[in-house]
Design a binder for this molecule. Structure first.
Ligand code: DQA
Length: 148
């Protein structure tokens, strides 16, 4: 099973960016640990600060991959184009966030992506990504229900 983790704007700064909210660990530090936890998966990671690059990546993998774990960062709350892309592709998407959006500013509590995603995991730091990957693993026996 091949899964892609897609990180949006400012997530390249994880570990340095507002550590009280997002933690002290970079995604690059965490990713090998995630790979080691799921040795049977083909896991890859893509990050961009650019909306168009995120769209292109979703289009590129969204009809071939088994799953996408998407943290669109602030674009979660603003990007109709990303929401349309998630709706357009066949690959199921899980929305993830490091922080607990329900406990944050009101403008973060609206996700334009959520209605097109299989679900949302928010508030568990980097663990949110692991939980999302685990969901795809758990679905594997029931893959008939997948759109790919
Ligand atoms: C975030 C939450 C967003 O509101 C914010 O813009 C981010 C990170 C999170 O992972 O908690 O960049 O997606």
């Amino acid at each position: 099973m091949n899964l892609l983790i897609v990180n949006g704007p400012n997530l390249n700064l994880l570990g340095r960016r507002e550590p009280g909210i997002y933690g002290t660990r970079s995604f690059d530090d965490f990713f090998p640990e995630l790979e080691a936890a799921f040795p049977d998966l083909q896991l890859a990671h893509f990050q961009s600060n650019h909306e168009g690059a995120l769209l292109d990546k979703l289009h590129e993998v969204g009809f071939t991959h088994h799953g996408i774990v998407l943290n669109a960062g602030a674009y979660t709350h603003t990007s109709i184009a990303l929401a349309d892309a998630v709706a357009a592709i066949a690959t199921p998407v899980i929305e993830v966030h490091l922080s607990n959006l329900a406990a944050r500013e009101e403008f973060r509590q609206k996700s334009l992506l959520g209605r097109h995603c299989a679900g949302c995991i928010s508030g568990f730091g980097l663990e949110s990504y692991r939980l999302a990957v685990q969901w795809f693993v758990n679905q594997q026996p029931k893959r008939v229900g997948f759109r790919v």
